[in-house]
Design a protein around this ligand. Structure first.
Ligand SMILES: NC(=O)c1ccc[n+]([C@@H]2O[C@H](COP(=O)([O-])OP(=O)(O)OC[C@H]3O[C@@H](n4cnc5c(N)ncnc54)[C@H](O)[C@@H]3O)[C@@H](O)[C@H]2O)c1
Ligand SMILES: [Zn+2]
Ligand SMILES: [Zn+2]
Length: 440
């Protein structure tokens, strides 16, 4: 798939953008550790050149924390188009400002900042409304434009389908248009509470807000990875009367029950999820949120279709959501999808008047200040609840496999570098991945 996508992209040419993914190297070619993609199931930590200021709006960060996301697993499985060997991955990270380009006035070397996972220009029609993930000027992918009619912003470390920008699972990273895409963090907020402003916090918040969770709603959440766990908490903060979480990983089901008071359904035990939902909630759900993953088919029919490339994405969760919500209920899709799915229950969608909302890639800039000021600083939402492990960057290739297999109750991980501060009080200490995943 990658070879065809890259070839097609070459033939289409690229769309002009304000910024470019290629970067200059620091003089003398010193190197840094960086996690790179080499093929499905094959990611490696290599010594890569350290980026230098390349365009005048650039900021170079020394990465003080990074992590892994369910979206990285789509890359790991080779499910996202236009990956190239040697691509540096990672779109959630924070750091200390190391160097600033001549146009950057609001940041100084040494300052602590979080980066948005998307790269916004700050000037286009979408950026003016803080819809940063939809920026028109930073993604050169004509392939995405061809498939979707329009294209997302450029993203860090998320294939050439989103611009081919090197990511932040590395010791240094270049952040284009740093004035717009970096958020300064006050000293009172430790790294473990700040880093997830990059993606998982705004993303989970966005699906709850964008799908319209209201006071008293019964909300169903498919997928209890970090996004689902946070979405459950946001739904409760927005006044949901019940949250029902669906997954099959025992540790994740238990985590949601014990830490957030979520009712759960284990889909390995209940094969017919809508049936079970109607048993415990006869009226149907008011809102359903897809926080799962499109590349894990449950049924034979979709396993076969996916293997034969008759579909790229699996519609099972979408169908379960459409059937499980009440008439005129809402379904939000925040889980990343890539292409086409067969057999969507369009009849139920239409007849029940279901509002099926593609939440899009979350516009981080719309929410990150609000989340920091109104929720993290006053202690209304403590993101550290989801951190289960802390590992050194040397182990991040092994972390891909451990996170993919959901070993040892892993939820969100903090990945440290040589520039990280010691773990904050109450947060996990550093452990090698082998210590908690060996033999499993
Ligand atoms: N739109 C955005 O801006 C954005 C940003 C970040 C992540 N995401 C997406 O959100 C999703 C969740 O991310 P995460 O980090 O929590 O991922 P994760 O892989 O850790 O968690 C996904 C969970 O979904 C569960 N699951 C799989 N199939 C299921 C099914 N049929 N029914 C119910 N549960 C099922 C898995 O067991 C797993 O626990 C991913 O698809 C990711 O790509 C989207
Ligand atoms: Zn992500
Ligand atoms: Zn823009």
């Amino acid at each position: 798939m990658q070879a065809i996508a890259n070839k097609f992209q070459d033939q289409l040419g690229t769309i002009p953008t304000d910024i470019h993914p290629e970067y200059n190297h620091v003089e003398g070619d010193p190197t840094m550790k960086a996690l790179t993609w080499f093929g499905a199931g094959d990611v490696r930590v290599i010594d890569a050149p350290i980026p230098d200021i390349t365009e005048p709006d650039d900021v170079i960060l020394q990465v003080t924390g990074t992590t892994i996301c369910g979206s990285d697993l789509h890359l790991y499985h080779g499910e996202i188009m236009a990956l190239q060997k040697g691509d540096i991955l990672g779109h959630e990270f924070m750091g200390k400002v190391f160097k600033v380009g001549p146009n950057v006035k609001n940041l100084k070397p040494g300052q602590r900042v979080v980066s948005s996972f998307q790269i916004a220009c700050g000037k286009c029609e979408y950026c003016k409304q803080n819809l940063s993930s939809f920026c028109d000027r930073t993604n050169s992918s004509s392939l995405q434009n061809y498939m979707y009619g329009q294209r997302d912003a450029g993203f860090f470390g998320y294939s050439h389908f989103t611009g081919g920008f090197p990511g932040g699972q590395a010791e240094y990273v270049r952040v284009p248009i740093g004035e717009v895409n970096l958020l300064p963090i006050p000293d009172s907020v430790p790294d473990e509470k700040a880093i997830y402003l990059s993606d998982v916090l705004p993303t989970s918040y966005h699906t709850v807000v964008d799908t319209g969770v209201k006071v008293g709603d019964v909300v169903g959440i498919w997928g209890l990875g970090p996004i689902g766990q946070c979405a459950a908490r946001w739904a409760l903060l927005k006044g949901a009367s019940r949250v029902i979480g669906i997954d099959q990983i025992p540790s994740r089901l238990h985590f949601a029950e014990s830490k957030s008071g979520v009712e759960t359904i284990d889909f390995s035990q209940y094969k017919d999820i809508p049936k079970r939902i109607y048993e415990i909630c006869p009226r149907g759900l008011d809102v359903a949120l897809d926080c799962g993953t499109f590349h894990e088919p449950k049924s034979l029919v979709h396993k076969v279709q996916k293997t034969l490339m008759l579909e790229t994405d699996v519609p099972e969760t979408i169908n379960e959501m459409i059937v499980s919500v009440r008439k005129m209920g809402s379904c939000g899709i925040i889980a990343a999808y890539a292409g086409y799915a067969n057999g969507v229950n369009v009849g139920a969608l239409m007849e029940k008047g279901v509002r099926l909302i593609g939440n899009g890639q979350a516009p981080v800039l719309k929410y990150w200040k609000e989340i920091l000021q109104d929720y993290i600083i006053p202690g209304k939402f403590d993101p550290t609840f989801m951190i289960t492990h802390r590992v050194p960057i040397d182990d991040i290739a092994k972390l891909y496999s451990a996170f993919d297999n959901r070993i040892d109750g892993v939820e969100k991980v903090f990945v440290e570098t040589q520039f990280s501060a010691p773990p904050s009080q109450g947060c996990p200490r550093t452990r090698r991945v082998d210590e908690w995943s060996e033999g499993r």
